[in-house]
Design a protein around this ligand. Structure first.
Ligand code: EPU
Length: 323
């Protein structure tokens, strides 16, 4: 192979005086992990507007892979560079103000939806639940009504086994397409995946798509259930303010919303982070909340609920990044 003029080969580097060698910056592994990616690669990329909370610092690098091949390449190269990948769905996450070191992946180009025999729909990980639900309604397929109003992506909802009182993701999952950290694509049957409350226990890798087994139904009936459910959410949840969905898991058989309200915390505010006045398990961003405001508010809620009820609230919201 020809050597490019002026590019120091390892041999030339060793022969150079130390002072003229290019400094070995921490960005080197980052650059080798993203080499040859055909999708978008943005260094020092703001993540705030990719989250429903509108909070958080930048990523060292944000990658939006073009397609499955691109994602496989990225996984393999990131593994070789010993860098973890963080997949950002964006709706149930709080990114700290210091941002995320390393590589953040957005699957916003993964939008394929295909109908398969037996009322099965394949949805790529970046399809949002409202889009998948509309697709299902258009084909008179029932089984996703529980997800009406959930803004998250299919991949995000799978990973956290998203759910409501009407149902949860695992009820309809037939199989999952995973890109393993080695860069190999693996299709897993749902029977080999253990689902628990708000968690799918998956091998290491990135969910690239999900096959959902739905049930033929009556379009008008499905639409009516969805409409009722959307109205319920609109009446009970702060949908017009920036938020990240429910902050805490429900301490079954009770609910986080009820115990937080009972602790007198509805409307309680730290900086621009506030316990919603409409639904106490939502923290809303009243404008320019910082991650530290939200985290202090979370700590305050937990402390007050523990004192008043003895319950330890578990976080549903995922907190990531650097202080
Ligand atoms: N409640 C209160 N005060 C409040 C909020 C709720 O007393 O401020 C009471 C309600 O009156 C009701 C009970 O708590 O008796 C349950 O409330 P809700 O029907 O709103 O359901 P949830 O358990 O609080 C769950 C999901 C939501 C989903 C709703 C609607 C969890 C943690 N949350 O909330 O999902 O939208 O059901 O189906 O499972 C999310 O996962 O991000 C999320 C918002």
């Amino acid at each position: 192979m020809m050597e490019a003029a002026g590019v120091p080969t390892p041999e030339r580097r060793r022969a150079m005086p130390a002072s003229s060698r290019a400094p070995k910056t921490p960005a080197d592994p980052l650059r080798s992990a993203v080499a040859g990616i055909r999708g978008e690669v943005r260094f020092n990329a703001s993540l705030r507007d990719l989250t429903s909370f509108r909070i958080g610092g930048p990523a060292d690098v944000l990658v939006v892979p073009q397609d499955l091949d691109d994602l496989c390449r990225l996984s393999k190269q990131a593994k070789a560079a010993k860098l973890p990948l963080f997949v950002l769905g964006g709706t149930n996450v709080l990114i700290r103000d210091g941002g995320i070191r390393g590589i953040v992946v957005s699957l916003s180009k993964f939008k394929t939806m295909t109908d398969e025999p037996g009322s099965v729909v394949y949805a790529a990980a970046g399809v949002t639940m409202p889009v998948l639900l509309q697709h299902a309604i258009g084909r008179s397929l029932a089984g996703l009504e529980w997800a009406a109003g959930i803004p998250g992506t299919v991949g995000g909802c799978l990973v956290m086994n998203a759910g409501t009182r009407l149902g949860e993701m695992k009820d309809a999952v037939q199989a999952v397409r995973l890109v393993r950290t080695s860069g190999v694509v693996q299709d897993l049957d749902a029977s080999s995946i253990r689902f628990s409350y708000r968690k799918a226990h998956l091998p290491r890798g990135i969910v690239a798509g999900v096959w959902m087994r739905l049930t033929p139904g009556k379009k008008e009936h499905i639409q009516a259930v969805v409409k009722d459910y959307l109205r319920y959410r609109k009446d009970t949840q702060p949908l017009t303010l920036a938020n990240a969905g429910c902050a805490f898991k429900n301490p079954r058989p009770d609910t986080a919303g009820r115990v937080i309200e009972a602790a007198g915390l509805k409307g309680y505010r730290i900086g621009d982070a506030q316990v919603s006045e409409k639904h106490a398990n939502f923290i809303v961003n009243r404008g320019n909340a910082r991650s530290t405001d939200v985290i202090r508010l979370i700590q305050h809620i937990r402390r007050r609920v523990r004192i008043s009820t003895g319950l330890k609230l578990g976080l549903e919201l995922k907190i990531v990044g650097e202080r």
